[in-house]
Design a binder for this molecule. Structure first.
Ligand code: UD1
Length: 362
């Protein structure tokens, strides 16, 4: 059986790595296609290296563009690859434009698609990722969910029960494998600089938070104020950097540290020792829950509700005053205690590989 994986953007890489490793243990022939949605070395190549992933067999070189352009370019270029390589299954990950574009090409070519991280819903269709999730799940042939709410959404949307498999969270497979390595890492990097000091770690990149200069300005001001209490370390996504460069910075920012996007290992180590994490990322809500680190999510909703009901995550919305208030509450010792959701046990990719292998036999 030939399996072809499609990855495109930073959050895909740590999900594909353990699935590929589990399939490779079972002797499956695999091809890795990188769409090139993310192309900067620190958004892509560094992850392949640190996660021990094979070099992509094909890079579609799609790059940036409007949603329509990016999605269409992935479709046109991937179609050729699929016609040549004729895989039995294509595996897609998460909710980025590359995920949905790949699933759609496969559906039209009648190539079976497996979606890893299926069923997540924020209920917010203004998020491009929500559209990608809804469409991918409607056309996938196998749907691997990280938590039971995923199964419930899919059943409600009419997806047939026999396609849905609750397998747990593949990102946690990677995290649990690499955390000891990340913490043991030597050398001079951001983690070694901060490891013995308290700090707050921040990431913001959602269009809803960073594309409006007024809102972004308020959030950065709040972080500036917070940095008077505790140093704030902010690895900054390229999209956010472009917007921040246009803002007038708050007066006292010597404790607000903007750095380039970090590799997987460095960021993981920093997360695991942070006093507080502030983010609008999906994956970081999950990683902090697993690590037991307090997380404030700068969004009105989340497609990962178990991180709120079971984990350490609190949704603070886009109100910068509320963000500052909650951050100070956590730093005064008022953090919420969380637990690890079921099946976030480091074995999700093994379950996926078993099911894919059985799908071949059937
Ligand atoms: C994408 C995903 C988002 C995910 C995020 C993680 C979609 C719709 N969004 O958002 O779900 O959380 O990745 O990072 O697929 N850029 C660079 N270098 C790069 C990549 C991007 O400079 O390597 C800049 C470009 O100017 C680009 C902008 O960042 O226009 C946005 O990139 P894009 O891939 O469109 O979406 P992300 O915001 O990264």
């Amino acid at each position: 059986m030939r399996i072809l994986h499609v990855v495109g953007a930073r959050p895909n890489f740590m999900k594909a790595a353990p699935v590929m490793a589990a399939l490779s243990k079972r002797g499956m022939a695999q091809t890795l296609v990188h769409t090139g949605q993310h192309y900067d070395a620190n958004m892509s190549a560094v992850f392949f290296h640190q996660l021990g992933m094979p070099e992509p067999d094909v890079n579609l070189g799609v790059g940036s563009g409007s949603h329509a352009v990016q999605t269409a370019e992935v479709m046109v270029r991937l179609e050729q690859v699929l016609l040549e390589r004729k895989p039995d299954w294509v595996v897609v990950y998460g909710d980025v434009n590359s995920t949905m574009a790949a699933a759609l090409v496969c559906a039209k070519l009648r190539i079976r698609v497996a979606h890893v991280e299926a069923g997540l819903r924020s209920g917010d269709r203004s998020m491009p990722e929500e559209i990608n999730r809804l469409l991918t799940d409607q056309i996938a042939d196998l749907l691997f969910t990280p938590s039971i709410d995923g199964n419930e959404h899919l059943l409600r949307e009419g997806v047939s029960r026999d396609k849905i498999h609750l397998v747990g969270n593949v990102m946690i497979d990677t995290l649990s494998r690499l955390l000891p390595v990340a913490l043991g890492g030597q050398g001079h990097n951001e983690f070694s600089r901060w490891r013995d000091r308290p700090y707050t770690l921040v990431t913001l990149h959602r269009p809803a938070n960073v594309d409006d200069p007024a809102l972004l300005g308020q959030l950065i001001n709040a972080l500036g104020e917070l940095s008077a209490d505790i140093p704030v370390l902010f690895p900054i996504h390229p999209r956010t950097r472009k917007q921040v460069e246009r803002l007038t910075m708050p007066a006292a920012t010597e404790n607000l540290h903007f750095v380039d996007p970090l590799g997987y290992m460095e960021f993981l180590a920093l997360q695991s020792k942070a006093a507080l994490v502030i983010t609008d990322s999906g994956g970081i809500q999950e990683e902090t829950t697993y690590l037991g680190i307090p997380c404030l999510t700068v969004r009105e909703n989340t497609e990962r509700p178990v991180t709120v009901t079971l984990g350490t995550n609190i949704l603070v919305g886009q109100d910068s005053n509320r963000l500052l208030e909650e951050a100070r509450r956590v730093l005064r010792g008022g953090a919420k205690k969380g637990s690890i959701p079921p099946l976030w046990d480091g074995q999700a990719s093994e379950r996926i590989a078993e099911i894919l292998a059985a799908a071949q036999a059937g």
